[in-house]
Write a protein that binds this ligand. Structure first.
Ligand SMILES: NC(=O)c1ccc[n+]([C@@H]2O[C@H](COP(=O)([O-])OP(=O)(O)OC[C@H]3O[C@@H](n4cnc5c(N)ncnc54)[C@H](O)[C@@H]3O)[C@@H](O)[C@H]2O)c1
Length: 252
């Protein structure tokens, strides 16, 4: 872990930070000085995550709620502003893998469920977080997409389509804000070792692993390191961009 303090005095919202990649990002930003609003709809892991961060000396608050609800985004932004008076960083990380199956086998309700978290959630959090960032003319937004959004994984249509939406949202909003002090970028990971795999069949996990030229899964810390750079003021000439972290899988 780094000893740099790139986020001293800064405040970050990290959605889905109860576990997995989100918790890893919260830990990394916090270790470099950020104060963290943890957002998760799983109250148990969310509270645990915030208290583990505090045990590491990282100031942290927990907001319980579904990212697909407008009220959750409003509450998270209010928590940052009311507690610490500012919002510097938004990491839209909460995401669901969803059921696997061919499009003609999956019910439309599954598409709607995955859309609500993976794309509507990112839209709502950007909508609510950008105005306070504009007031200070500074902000860093990092959206967690997926290589699935570039390539389209078979038997994962809701996931692939909503992640493609996250990539496009990043490009659009990045351009909308390009003349301001706010940068909006996105990461596109291949398979990273987390509990999201419980949502996939073993065959699906094998298929996704076989497509990584490095022949291994990514680590949460590797994603957190890239997100930390994108969330920092060092990321100044990149916006509306997609950053691959895929062990060589991404080819465009
Ligand atoms: N793990 C991978 O292989 C991988 C690869 C590419 C992209 N991603 C993306 O990275 C992000 C994090 O994935 P992960 O592997 O850490 O997942 P995970 O399942 O381990 O953790 C996701 C966290 O988000 C929370 N969450 C889910 N839906 C929510 C909602 N609607 N509202 C609030 N909280 C919600 C969960 O409770 C959980 O704490 C996701 O967007 C995922 O699509 C993961």
């Amino acid at each position: 872990m780094t000893t740099e303090k790139r986020f001293e005095d800064q405040v970050a919202i990290v959605t889905g930070a109860g576990t997995g990649i989100g918790y890893g990002i919260a830990k990394r930003l916090g270790s470099e000085g950020a104060r963290i609003v943890v957002v998760d709809y799983d109250t148990k892991v969310g509270e645990q995550s915030a208290s583990e961060l505090r045990a590491r000396g990282i100031e942290s608050r927990f907001v319980a709620g579904d990212v697909g609800e407008e009220a959750t985004a409003e509450q998270a932004v209010a928590e940052a502003i009311n507690t610490w008076g500012r919002l510097d960083i938004l990491v839209n990380n909460a995401g669901l893998g969803g059921d696997t199956g061919n499009i003609w086998e999956l019910p439309i309700e599954e598409m709607d469920r995955i859309y609500r978290t993976n794309l509507r959630g990112v839209y709502l959090f950007c909508q609510k977080a950008i105005p306070p960032m504009l007031e200070r003319d500074y902000g860093r937004i990092v959206n967690i997409g997926s290589i699935a959004g570039k390539e389209g994984n078979p038997r994962m249509v809701p996931y692939s389509v909503t992640k493609a939406g996250v990539l496009a949202l990043t490009k659009s909003v990045g351009k909308e804000l390009a003349k301001t002090g706010i940068r909006v970028n996105c990461v596109a990971p291949a398979l990273i070792q987390t509990k999201i795999h419980d949502q996939f069949t073993p065959e699906q996990v094998q298929y996704l692993t076989d497509r990584i030229p490095m022949g291994r899964l990514g680590d949460i810390a590797e994603v957190a390191a890239m997100v930390a750079w994108l969330a920092s003021s060092e990321c100044s000439f990149s916006t509306g961009a997609v950053f691959d972290i895929s062990g060589g899988r991404a080819t465009y």
